[in-house]
Structures are given as structure tokens and as C-alpha cells.
Ligand binder design. Structure first.
Ligand SMILES: *[C@@H]1O[C@H](CO)[C@@H](O)[C@H](O)[C@H]1NC(C)=O
Ligand SMILES: *[C@@H]1O[C@H](CO)[C@@H](O)[C@H](O)[C@H]1NC(C)=O
Ligand SMILES: *[C@@H]1O[C@H](CO)[C@@H](O)[C@H](O)[C@H]1NC(C)=O
Ligand SMILES: *[C@@H]1O[C@H](CO)[C@@H](O)[C@H](O)[C@H]1NC(C)=O
Ligand SMILES: *[C@@H]1O[C@H](CO)[C@@H](O)[C@H](O)[C@H]1NC(C)=O
Ligand SMILES: *[C@@H]1O[C@H](CO)[C@@H](O)[C@H](O)[C@H]1NC(C)=O
Ligand SMILES: *[C@@H]1O[C@H](CO)[C@@H](O)[C@H](O)[C@H]1NC(C)=O
Ligand SMILES: *[C@@H]1O[C@H](CO)[C@@H](O)[C@H](O)[C@H]1NC(C)=O
Ligand SMILES: *[C@@H]1O[C@H](CO)[C@@H](O)[C@H](O)[C@H]1NC(C)=O
Length: 358
């Protein structure tokens, strides 16, 4: 009995060694080398990519138990270190156990994101930010049902349709900053789904205007909303503080800077406005909030009083004295009122622990 078991183990062992070149599968090593040869690497970042054990190569990681390549961590924010290529070489499709790809900051100028990326179905993290891809975001990304984090920001990409997004059931964080999304026919439904199902969403610099959020406050199922961090900076939002935001009880961080909002902050004046209760950071800098700044009224909602930690109203057109009512925001630690026409002193908020900037 015990001999049989030993035999089984032995077989397993020989099976594994015939496929591995000391810690790395030969077909994966070959695929990585083809990928390397398709790139230009002026700074020599991939100079460690030789020899048999590809698991030791810089930026490559394997699963210790299976030996498969699971991570490619090649992101860079240094322009001297960019890897460059005409397109993302399809040899990568052979690394079918990849769960993590960070290629951010490298340059694949003008080529589209290849369809094959959708075949890497074990991916949980995909960061292609600032890689110079252009064209339409491939719908095959919708096949990545294990994806938690997707960053496609800062590229001249077009989302022509949001149906691919519906099937990303594990997605928690999405960054589409700077992408052209406004022409997608199902944008409204896309926004609704994103706000309802993600924890983090960034749609800055997307040319979103009030009409894109029209009626959203009526359609969002608030008991279902999960969004904690929402970045809408540098869009075209005008007038009143957007209605739908008032009810997002899960929201903690909200960036509305560089829009054209001109109304007061709702929860500061409405004791009933308990929706946005958990908000910790609010950035309304570079908007058009003019007139006398009254600060939170006696009607400030109780939860706003105790949750808001950072408030940025820099570069609006606020006039008058800095109101002592700001002291009603008991949790406030950081306040920026610079770039306005305000006079006077910041009231004591929380002694010893506050940073003020006027
Ligand atoms: C991938 O790169 C290899 C090596 O440079 C090249 O021979 C091959 O044609 C490339 N594949 C594609 C699809 O471009
Ligand atoms: C894999 O092996 C390396 C080197 O022996 C070790 O540093 C690392 O912690 C291991 N990782 C896991 C997940 O076991
Ligand atoms: C993607 O990479 C960029 C550049 O390194 C980084 O700033 C960004 O935070 C990454 N995105 C995610 C979602 O991790
Ligand atoms: C991946 O997505 C494409 C386009 O949406 C689809 O045609 C294809 O059947 C999908 N492949 C798999 C393996 O699901
Ligand atoms: C936003 O609109 C401007 C002006 O029409 C245009 O030049 C720009 O490309 C648009 N940006 C996006 C991300 O759609
Ligand atoms: C809202 O979401 C809750 C929780 O998921 C669900 O029970 C309820 O039926 C939904 N309401 C509507 C109108 O969709
Ligand atoms: C606020 O902006 C809206 C939309 O641009 C405009 O109609 C309204 O007159 C503005 N209100 C004030 C007080 O400036
Ligand atoms: C949003 O909150 C307001 C009060 O702040 C409330 O009147 C409205 O019914 C809420 N909307 C939804 C969809 O729950
Ligand atoms: C406070 O709320 C009450 C009832 O809604 C309202 O009558 C009053 O004008 C509000 N006060 C301020 C300063 O907003």
C-alpha cells in the first residue's frame, strides 16, 4: 500500500520535471522571450531575461506550487525606462495562468489593445494605463470574469458599447479616465451599473455633463450601491450639486474638482440629507461656487458633521468672511479655501490636529 503511494508520488515528480526547465515551463519561457524580442528596451530592463529559470527574471513571478507564470509586473513611470513596441505580441496569450499584468507607462503607440487579452481569463489585475493604445476597447475584455481591477486610463481609446462591461462580475475598481465614453449608446445604463457595482470608479476628463446623469437619482437602487470612491474631476457638470450623489450612502471619497458647479453643498444645509453621510473627502476645487460663503448652517446633517475630514474649496468665487460655522464640521482635519475672496481666520476646528490652507 505504502509502496503504491510512493510510486504515485514518483510519477508525479517526473511528470513535473519533464515540463519544467528548473522552475519554469519551457513553453512559457519561450513565449516570454518572443515577447521580449518584439520590444525595444533601450534601458535594458529585460536584461535579466535569459537563462532557464524565467521565474527569476525581473518583473516575472511564478506560482511556487504549479510553476506557472502568474505575474508580469513591468509598469513604469519613468520615460527613460519605457519598453516600446508596435503592438502587444500575441505570444503573451500562451501565459494562460497570468493573474496580474501591469504594463502601465510603456509605449505601444497607436496600436489597438489586442483581442487576445480577453483569453487570459485568470487575470485579476490588469493595468494598461498610459500605454499609448488607441482605437476601440475590445469587447473581449468582458471575458475576464475574474478581473478585480482594470485601469485603461490616459489613452485615446473609445468605449463604443458597455455590454462587455456587464459580464465583469468580479470587478471592483475601474479607471476609464480620459477615454471617449460619451458616444456609447448605452452610456447611461453603463454609468448606472458601474456606480451600483464597483467600489472605485474614475471617469475624470470624460466630457460627462449633467444630461448623462439625468434621472439617475430616480433609477439608482441605493440599497444596492457600493461605490466608495468616485472621481469625476475635469468633466462638464454644471449648476447644482448633482442630485444622484446625495443619496450614495456608501460614498467616502468624491472628487468633483474642475467642473462648473455653482450651488452650495447640500448636506451642509439640510439636516434631512443623510444620504451622503459617510463622506470623508470632498474636492470641489476649481468650480464656480460664487457668492457669500456661509458654511454649514445649523441644519448641517449630523452625519456630515462627524464624517467629513477633508474639504477642498480652492479656487471658487466665494466671498465674505470665513464663517465660524465651519467649526460645526467636527471631524474636519484639512480645509482648503485658497483662491477665493475670503477674509478672516479659520475657526478652531480641532486643536493641534488640523492643517489649514488659505
Ligand atoms: C511576436 O514577436 C516575435 C519575435 O519578435 C515575432 O517573430 C512574431 O512575429 C511576433 N508575433 C506577432 C503576432 O507579431
Ligand atoms: C515562493 O518562493 C519564494 C522563494 O523561495 C518565497 O520567497 C515566496 O514567499 C514563496 N511564495 C509563496 C506564495 O509561497
Ligand atoms: C496603474 O499604474 C499607474 C502607473 O504606475 C498607477 O498610477 C495606477 O495607480 C495603477 N492603477 C491601479 C488601479 O492600480
Ligand atoms: C470572448 O469575447 C468575444 C467578444 O466578446 C467572444 O466572441 C468570444 O466568444 C469570447 N471568448 C470566450 C472564450 O469566452
Ligand atoms: C472632449 O471634448 C473635446 C472638445 O470637443 C474634445 O477635443 C476631446 O477629445 C473630448 N475628450 C474626450 C475624452 O472625449
Ligand atoms: C434594490 O436592491 C435590493 C437589494 O439588492 C433589492 O432587494 C430590491 O429589490 C431592489 N429594488 C429595485 C427596485 O430594484
Ligand atoms: C448656476 O449654473 C446654472 C447652469 O450653468 C445656471 O443656469 C445658473 O444661473 C447658475 N446660478 C448661479 C447662481 O450662478
Ligand atoms: C434621495 O434622497 C432624497 C433626500 O435626500 C430623497 O428625497 C430621495 O427619495 C432619495 N432618492 C432615492 C432614489 O432614494
Ligand atoms: C433649517 O431647516 C428648516 C426646516 O427644513 C428650515 O425652515 C430652515 O430655513 C433651515 N435653516 C437654514 C439656516 O437653512
Amino acid at each position: 500500500m505504502s509502496k503504491l503511494r510512493m510510486g504515485g508520488l514518483f510519477l508525479l515528480f517526473t511528470f513535473a520535471t519533464t515540463n519544467l526547465t528548473s522552475g519554469c515551463f519551457e513553453h512559457e519561457r519561450a513565449a516570454l522571450l518572443r515577447f521580449k524580442h518584439s520590444l525595444s528596451d533601450p534601458s535594458g530592463r529585460l536584461s535579466s531575461w535569459n537563462g532557464n529559470n524565467c521565474c527569476n527574471w525581473q518583473g516575472v513571478d511564478c506560482n511556487n506550487a504549479t510553476g506557472y507564470v502568474t505575474r508580469l509586473d513591468l509598469g513604469t513611470d519613468s520615460s527613460d525606462e519605457k519598453l516600446e513596441g508596435n503592438e502587444l505580441n500575441s505570444s503573451l496569450a500562451e501565459l494562460s495562468h497570468l493573474s496580474y499584468i501591469d504594463f502601465s507607462g510603456n509605449y505601444f503607440g497607436g496600436s489597438p489593445i489586442p483581442e487576445f487579452i480577453g483569453s487570459l481569463t485568470k487575470l485579476r489585475y490588469l493595468n494598461l494605463s498610459s500605454m499609448g493604445f488607441s482605437g476601440i476597447v475590445p469587447h473581449s475584455i468582458g471575458n475576464l470574469s475574474n478581473l478585480r481591477v482594470l485601469d485603461l486610463s490616459n489613452m485615446e481609446l473609445v468605449v463604443d458599447d458597455f455590454t462587455w462591461f456587464w459580464s465583469l462580475l468580479s470587478l471592483k475598481s475601474l479607471d476609464l479616465s480620459g477615454l471617449s465614453v460619451v458616444k456609447a449608446p448605452n452610456l447611461h445604463k453603463g454609468l448606472l451599473r458601474m456606480i451600483s457595482s464597483l467600489l472605485e470608479l474614475s471617469l475624470s476628463r470624460c466630457n460627462l455633463s449633467n444630461s448623462h446623469f439625468h434621472r439617475m437619482h430616480l433609477e439608482l437602487n441605493l440599497t444596492r450601491s457600493t461605490i466608495q470612491t468616485l472621481d469625476l474631476h475635469s468633466n462638464l457638470l454644471q449648476g447644482q450639486f448633482p442630485l444622484f450623489l446625495r443619496n450614495l450612502s456608501s460614498l467616502q471619497v468624491l472628487d468633483l474638482s474642475f467642473n462648473q458647479l455653482n450651488s452650495s453643498i447640500p448636506f451642509m444645509n439640510n439636516v434631512q440629507d443623510t444620504g451622503i453621510c459617510g463622506l470623508k473627502r470632498l474636492d470641489l476645487s476649481y468650480n464656480s461656487m460664487g457668492g457669500r460663503f456661509t458654511g454649514p448652517s445649523t441644519n448641517v446633517s449630523e452625519c456630515a458633521q462627524f464624517s467629513l475630514e477633508t474639504l477642498n474649496l480652492n479656487d471658487n468665487m466665494l466671498l465674505g468672511e470665513v464663517p465660524s460655522s465651519l467649526g460645526r464640521l467636527k471631524a474636519l482635519r484639512e480645509l482648503n479655501l485658497g483662491g477665493n475672496e475670503l477674509t478672516g481666520n479659520i475657526p478652531e476646528v480641532r486643536a493641534g490636529n488640523s492643517r489649514h490652507d488659505t
